[in-house]
Design a protein around this ligand. Structure first.
Ligand code: NAD
Length: 493
């Protein structure tokens, strides 16, 4: 088994293990939502700081806030929170054991312990990767989904919260009452303006409880924005078996990711921060332009190709993106409809960035599932794809046909039937509403467009857009995704 003892008698060549004394570390970070991405990204940067720069005060206490996290608790706690990270390249891979997470708390079992841990003086940063849906943020109205039963629970029931806001609020309140400086709240989720969004949603939550305390949060809390990037698919049983063969010991929760990694982080911390720059994090004054580039060109590419690729029968992203039609569709969409909207960044060529994204997606070793990319479209499409359409519509000669085709792919996917009529599961917090609207509409996008939390009036009421979307949806439904792409690329020979 992987644990503190087995790493001391390590014998696997080319697999590095932590050389720092894990027992001597102080947990300066509490991380909410220890999924694959946190462990391939932030936990690795901290691990490198511990391994190479003696950053003893910054190990991580991982926290699972929701019931399904029991599996991660069992896996991590059974192996002293160590895990294997494999960076899988096209030609070679790097495997290492990561030791920066030093404990794990499972909130549904003991919410008080989590609140106290966050409130403790040693905790200087509370970071999060809880997926877009964990923020209860309505993109269309830029507001907190305060009617959600989980948020309602947290407003009434302070001792056993269910959402990030209940936990953050209670922990910050304790620190306030104890006269402690508040921790920094650091979102590492893929959301536009992630730090600002988290902070404003927390303030909105707090206002519903105590307006004075909300004002204190507004004044005192630092919430850096960040742009995070590293493709990290869900670990498969095959990965687990492969790794246990090369390691010769069992790891219950290994992570596999691509070799590429990027983190652009706003320099905004209330209680100090690890020396991020030493391990390759770009610490900048304004993350905005980097983030926009990534959300529109990387996440937007994923979403636009995901639904069409799924309908075309592809299982893996590398298969979908190496289909010549899909490849050309994405390259053309990015070049013609997305890149012209992006504000310039000194030293960055967006065409090159888009090219690198496509290269990364073509890596067959990653085996990123198309179905993973299709998860939670209600949280993704309004952030990654729809804003480009809205901005193109605002221009006199805006081009948005190819983006619209991506939306049509999503709408057709939401019927829950593939192109041969076989039903599949849609994983989305809004699944039942979406499926009902998609099936009611069929080749008519209106019932889905009527969902106001997803589509703002600029799109819903724009006749030209609705007409183009109807045509694209008809095309995808009648002729299939690849023929539809071929048709829409007719002007781009
Ligand atoms: P994952 O499924 O492995 O982990 C998700 C984590 O979020 C789990 O710990 C889960 O319990 C928690 N969570 C989900 N809903 C929650 C809720 N409502 N409240 C509290 N916690 C909740 O997913 P992952 O691959 O780690 O990705 C997590 C997020 O990281 C993504 O949604 C995205 O924002 C960001 N991200 C992921 C990647 C990637 O390639 N996987 C790349 C960049 C950014």
């Amino acid at each position: 088994r992987l644990n503190n003892i087995s790493i001391q008698n390590w014998h696997v060549p080319d697999v590095e293990v932590p050389t720092y004394d894990r027992k001597a570390l102080k947990e300066g970070i509490v991380h909410l939502g220890v999924g694959g991405f946190h462990r391939s990204h932030m936990a690795l940067y901290i691990h490198r700081l511990l391994q190479e720069h003696d950053a003893k005060d910054w190990s991580i206490c991982g926290v699972g806030l929701i019931k399904p996290d029991a599996r991660m608790r069992d896996a991590l706690q059974s192996q002293d929170c160590l895990y294997t990270l494999m960076e899988r390249g096209i030609d070679e891979s790097v495997t290492q054991i990561i030791g920066s997470i030093t404990s794990y708390l499972y909130a549904p079992e003991n919410p008080r312990a989590v609140i106290e841990k966050m409130a403790s003086q040693d905790t200087r940063i509370v970071s999060l990767t809880v997926t877009e849906s964990g923020y209860y943020h309505s993109e269309a109205t830029a507001s907190l989904q305060s009617d959600d039963p989980a948020i309602q629970n947290d407003l009434k029931n302070s001792s056993s919260p269910q959402t990030i806001y209940g936990y953050l609020y209670e922990a910050l309140l304790i620190r306030y009452e104890r006269g402690l400086t508040p921790f920094t709240i650091m979102s590492c989720d893929n959301m536009p303006d992630n730090g600002n969004t988290l902070k404003s949603m927390l303030i909105a939550f707090a206002k519903l409880k105590d307006s004075d305390f909300a004002a204190w949060i507004e004044k005192c809390i630092a919430a850096p924005n960040s742009m995070v990037d590293r493709v990290t698919p869900q670990t498969t049983e095959k990965d687990r078996i492969y790794l246990s063969k090369i390691l010769g010991i069992k790891d219950n929760c290994p992570v596999v990711c691509e070799p590429f990694s990027q983190w652009v982080l706003e320099d905004n911390f209330s209680q100090g921060a690890p020396d991020w720059g030493k391990v390759g994090v770009q610490v900048v004054a304004d993350v905005g332009p980097y983030e926009l580039m990534k959300l529109r060109l990387l996440n937007g590419t994923h979403s636009a190709m995901g639904y069409l690729g799924f309908l075309a029968g592809y299982q893996y992203i590398h298969e979908a993106i190496t289909d010549p039609l899909i490849n050309k569709y994405i390259r053309t969409m990015n070049h013609e409809e997305v890149i012209p909207l992006l504000p310039k960044i000194k030293g960055i060529d967006f065409g090159e960035y888009s090219h690198t994204v496509l290269e990364r997606f073509s890596n067959p070793a990653i085996k990123d599932q198309v179905s993973r990319i299709c998860l939670m479209g209600s949280g993704k499409m309004p952030k990654y794809v729809l804003p480009s359409i809205t901005e193109q519509l605002a221009k006199a000669d805006g081009k948005y046909e190819l983006l619209t085709l991506g939306v049509a792919g999503w709408f057709r996917y939401l019927t829950g039937y593939d192109m041969v009529g076989k039903e599949f599961e849609i994983q989305d917090v809004m699944a039942s509403t979406l499926i009902q609207a998609a099936r009611e509409g069929g080749r008519n996008p209106q019932p889905l467009l009527n969902i106001k939390t997803l589509f703002d009036a600029d799109l819903r009421d724009n006749k030209e857009f609705v007409q183009k979307l109807t045509e694209a949806l008809e095309y995808v439904s009648d002729k299939g995704p690849l023929e539809a792409i071929n048709h829409y690329l007719r002007d781009y020979q």
